[in-house]
Design a protein around this ligand. Structure first.
Ligand SMILES: Nc1ncnc2c1ncn2[C@@H]1O[C@H](COP(=O)(O)OP(=O)(O)OP(=O)(O)O)[C@@H](O)[C@H]1O
Length: 834
């Protein structure tokens, strides 16, 4: 386009040039934020708004007063939004009004309520790798949660990063250029990537940023001394958020060190396979049943976030697990107390995010009011824990602060139901501030005066339809319809002529108008001042509010687990330092809750390293093999997160990782076939399992030819049992009956089958696990149950018989075409290979 640019477009381009391709520039023009060029094309699609053209330039826009929802939508789509405002009043003679970027909102730093999910954290991550070690920092700006961890185990760091599911990840610029970490941070639901200057990740810079932020002399007090890389990542986070984005960080008061060894590691596949927080095939917040859904009856958003976190990061230290179990036990001991406690929790709002919003300056009068209402519940919560006699709960109780003076102050200051926006006024309660009351009286009297004035003028002029009205241009005026014009007094000053009426003012009216407006304006300004002061007072208590929020979250999660355990019939697991996993009458926590499902049949499990190391589970299709092996994994995970478990008794040895290889799924987008995915997952397990791991394998080798499949499955099973130091405890569900022979040759292998009862052509699923291999597959019976047409079933039976009788052609292929006389048995044994 050879057209000369307008000065405004030049200004736009100059500002846009400084921003990355993943950022959309909101450019303020009058009452709109406009987007141009590629920004406009992309945003119009995401926001579902019209894309137009002016002078050939693609553009779209959103009204400035409603921009929050649009920003939230873009952020949820993984975009960053730079807001560019006019920073001076337009004046004559100026070609273009000055504009500047006044804020950048990114997926990892957004605080707008509409962009956040109340029941999950919103993390900004930073990642750095150096000399074979990796450091990770995670900040949830919406709550103030800030943590670091470090490890030389790249896979563990990657898995942990994914567990936190960050919305955005900061990495050093040079790593980004080299494409480092790209395989960690790509794919569906991957975080927005933010390359950030290398020097901010250096040790010296990190030291400076962290000590400056936390106002400490050194970093020793954080207990992160052994995590220099974690601290470097944390430094970069502080620089990015505080210095580059200029966001308030004063509510980030703690940095916590996490040691990957303290947690049971769950990889991405396992989290998905076991449907811990999202149902199979569903997006991030899918709708199907999950473990989280069964367990989450939390009463507060803080509790919900914590419980989710516990499920994704179960513990690995017995003392920490026992503390949670003790707390649940104590809650369970008194059902009335538990119910009352949970009832009070209902009234506690999201104190953590309220405090963060107030820090960022976006907190509304309703937020402050909600804070006071929440604080009001604290004394009752504390009282309910007074004689509970359980150290972990007493510890949490002592962290609860009700800040009575602050609470009373807020209640005195703010009306019961404040408006959403401060600028609407009516936020501060009557009687709180004498001057405000006077101003409001003056404004109120003014309004009364207007009513009286109208009545008086009607009377005086005899014009019954005379009205005192108001608009933005003239302020207050008197309106008289055309038919009454002859009665208009001389002192009325005409301001405007309409088709049917004339508009007038009088000096008296104007004088009162000034009084009313003056009083209204001053009272609004005063309200804002008073509110700002109140907010300052709230912020002085940030530390107490945060510790209260953390304690409420913990208490809510524990009380929830107690309530669930009572309602769903769970027992306290016995945590063992040994390698045993012994479950008596265990159940699948999710399947047993499915509405309309058959009554769940409980089953036992015995796994240990010495004698029952690898269980081969055979049985017909649909018998319940997958359900059984998942249930064992889920019970193990539940015990580690400190929950009671669905069983009559469970002894759970401490476990370092749970691996799963379940089902077949193509990764078409990633260009990997079913079999390739399966083998890569298996390789990951064989390479990383330790003698402390639990492995759940469902149908290995199904994605290839039968003989290849059996051979691979056999070798994998042998390897798992034999190789040292691995020898993880394994559950192996399979249709390959050949594998049951492993029990004869490899020590530690045990056969189990899921029993069915056969009566004639019918089979009944008993859902019971019994020692020994299954005798046959019943594939055809299950196919009949599924409704395959009778002729297909008949023909399959026939082919099966041919196969069983060794009807092979010289080529080695079964003579499938051969038909048998009708009188022959139609349904019989399948060869185990089927
Ligand atoms: N112990 C049980 N009690 C009650 N119902 C069960 C039990 N185990 C499984 N089921 C039900 O049986 C269905 C089939 O179970 P599952 O998928 O585990 O079978 P499978 O043996 O793995 O089958 P396939 O070999 O075809 O994959 C489940 O969806 C569940 O509803």
């Amino acid at each position: 386009m050879a057209k000369k640019q307008t000065p405004m477009m030049e200004q736009y381009r100059a500002i846009r040039r400084g921003l990355g391709a993943d950022t959309i520039l909101f450019f303020r023009l009058g009452d709109f934020y406009e987007m141009f060029f590629d920004d406009a094309r992309e945003a119009a699609g995401i926001l579902d708004i019209a894309l137009t053209r002016r002078n050939g330039i693609p553009m779209c826009g959103v009204p400035y007063h409603a921009c929050e929802n649009y920003v939230s939508k873009l952020i949820r789509a993984g975009k960053k939004v730079a807001v560019c405002d006019q920073v001076e009043e337009p004046s004559q003679g100026r070609k273009v009004v000055a504009r500047e970027i006044t804020g950048i909102i990114t997926p990892g730093t957004v605080l707008e309520e509409s962009a956040l999910e109340s029941k999950r954290n919103n993390y900004l991550a930073a990642l750095i790798g150096d000399k074979g070690r990796f450091g990770l920092a995670l900040l949830d700006l919406s709550t103030g949660d800030f943590r670091v961890e470090e490890s030389e185990d790249a896979a563990a760091v990657r898995e942990n990063l994914l567990r936190y599911d960050p919305a955005e990840c900061v990495i050093p610029e040079s790593d980004h250029e080299k494409g480092r970490f790209s395989d960690w941070l790509s794919g569906d639901g991957a975080p927005a990537l933010t390359p950030h200057e290398d020097w901010t990740f250096e040790e010296d810079s990190a030291q400076e940023f962290l000590t400056r932020h936390f106002r400490t002399r050194g970093l020793e007090g954080f207990g992160c001394a052994d995590q220099p890389l974690g601290l470097r990542a944390a430094g970069a986070v502080l620089h990015y958020v505080g210095d580059q984005l200029q966001r308030d960080l004063s509510h980030v008061t703690r940095l916590r060190a996490h040691h990957p060894g303290d947690y049971l590691l769950l990889d991405e596949t396992t989290v998905a396979n076991l449907e811990l927080v999202a149902a199979a095939g569903s997006a991030r917040s899918g709708t199907g049943p999950t473990l989280l859904k069964v367990l989450d009856t939390t009463r507060t958003a803080m509790g919900a976030r914590l419980l989710r976190h516990w499920i994704l990061r179960p513990l690995r230290r017995a003392d920490a697990i026992e503390r949670r179990l003790d707390a649940i036990e104590a809650f369970r001991a008194d059902r009335n107390r538990l119910d009352a406690f949970r009832e009070h929790l209902r009234e506690v709002k999201d104190v953590e995010r309220l405090a963060a919003r107030l820090h960022s300056g976006t907190g509304s009068p309703r937020d402050v009011r909600a804070l006071a209402c929440s604080l009001e519940r604290i004394p009752e919560l504390r009282a309910l824990l007074d004689d509970i006699g359980c150290a972990p709960l007493e510890h949490l109780r002592d962290e609860l602060c009700d800040l009575p003076e602050l609470r009373r102050h807020i209640q005195r200051a703010i009306v019961d139901e404040p408006p959403a926006l401060l600028k609407d006024g009516g936020v501060i309660r009557e009687g709180y501030h004498a001057e405000l009351d006077e101003l409001r009286d003056a404004a109120g009297e003014g309004k009364q005066w207007l009513a009286d004035f109208q009545a008086r003028e009607q009377q005086r002029t005899g014009i019954r339809t005379l009205k005192v009205r108001h608009n933005k241009v003239f302020g207050y005026y008197i309106e008289v319809t055309k038919s009454n014009l002859e009665h208009v007094p001389d002192e009325y000053v005409r301001k405007q002529t309409l088709v049917n009426a004339e508009r007038y003012i009088t000096p008296e009216l104007k004088e009162y108008e000034n009084r009313i407006f003056g009083a209204q304006e001053r009272s609004l300004a005063l309200e804002q001042e008073l509110f700002a002061e109140l907010r300052r007072q709230v912020l002085e208590h940030t530390a107490e509010l945060q510790s209260t929020a953390a304690a409420v979250a913990g208490l809510d999660a524990l009380a929830t687990l107690a309530e669930r355990s009572l309602l769903l019939g769970y027992v306290r697991p016995e945590i063992s330092e040994t390698d045993v996993l012994r479950i008596h009458n265990g159940r699948h926590p999710v399947i047993e809750q499915m509405p309309g499902a058959e009554r769940f049949v409980p089953n036992d499990t015995e796994l240990n390293q010495s004698s029952d190391r690898l269980l081969i589970i055979t049985g017909p299709n649909m018998a319940g093999k997958s359900t059984y092996i998942r249930q064992v994994a889920l019970i193990t995970i539940m015990a580690h997160l400190g929950s009671f478990v669905p069983a009559e008794r469970a002894v759970v040895g401490l476990t370092d990782r749970v691996f799963t290889r379940i089902g077949a799924s193509d990764d078409l987008a990633g260009g990997r076939s079913t079999f390739m995915v399966e083998m890569q997952e298996t390789a990951n397990i064989l390479n990383n399992a330790t003698e402390r791991s639990l492995i759940v394998l469902d149908e290995i080798g199904r994605g290839t030819s039968t003989f290849d499949g059996i051979s691979i499955a056999w070798a994998v099973a042998e390897h798992l049992c034999r190789s040292e130091p691995s020898g993880a405890r394994t559950l192996f569900a399979t249709h390959y009956h050949e594998l049951t022979d492993l029990a004869r040759t490899v020590p530690g292998v045990r056969n189990y089958n899921v029993r069915v009862r056969e009566s004639g052509e019918r089979i009944t699923f008993l859902r019971k696990i019994a020692p020994g291999p299954a005798d046959k597959s019943y594939g055809i019976q299950v196919a009949r149950l599924a409704g395959l047409p009778p002729e297909v079933i008949r023909r399959a039976s026939e082919i099966l018989e041919n196969l069983e009788e060794g009807e092979f052609a010289e080529s080695g292929q079964p003579r499938l075409a051969r038909h048998r006389p009708k009188s022959k048995r139609e349904h019989d044994h399948q060869i185990p290979l089927f």
